[in-house]
Design a protein around this ligand. Sequence first.
Ligand code: CU
Ligand code: CU
Length: 288
Amino acid sequence: MYTRQNQKNLTTSQKKRFVAAVLELKRTGEYDEFVRVHQRWFRPDDEDGLRVGHMSPSFFPWHRRYLLEFERALRQIDPAVSVPYWDWTSENTPAASLWAEDFLGGSGRDSDHKVMTGPFAEGSGNWPVTVGVTEARYLSRNLGRPHNPISLPTRAELQWAINDPVYDASPWDSRASKGGFRNKLEGWAAPRSERWRNHNKVHQWVGGHMTGGTAPNDPVFWLHHSFVDLLWDRWQQAHPDSGYLPRRRLGRADLQYGRVLSLDEPMPPWDVTPAELLSHEGVYRYEA
Ligand code: CU
Ligand code: CU
């Protein structure tokens, strides 16, 4: 059992070791394989086929398993490393230590959003972006979108999602009308005046690569999803009598038949069900 720490509490040496392990995965090509997996399963609900990772109930368990795979690869390089989490309700400006030179580096420059500082800048020579044809070959960010400002989610906005006692609701997609914890936290369900909330808004706030299917090209992806994973715990603790929905396989007559996964159906690309990922007890724990 290991611990996932709040990134703001990491020591200089812990940051260094996390970055070193990530760079080593990049060097071997394994990192880009992870980016490819995310891209392959990034399927919006206006397309046909199974939605396993996004715009669907298995958003939480799919990303939990995805992070576990990534973390396992990191820990093979350095067993002292785990994926820290970024609480974006409190470390909520580009001045936060997360974006410092000694950790993830800062925003992109104004002209083309190219990240110029830190270990993942193109100039470091260690971070060529190879997956994602429509995006730049260098890591790009546009923190806070200065020309069209957007804020990170507030505590109240997060609480609004956690307070919903229902895990998810038919039609189990991105439609805003129905609510449900998953849709409110993934961030499609939003008041009319807002396009994004919570998880989605964070991707938009970071900008650049984080806005698309190849979002894991930006290492902040892992810290963001580590916090999203922690929030699933928080929702479970708030609603011990609620659980993953849909519980049973959808019937053939359902328009979402074959498009979303119920509790006991295996999630590709792994042969693991949401039910098997409801808890991470005995594997890792979150430090407050
Ligand atoms: Cu994702
Ligand atoms: Cu995401």
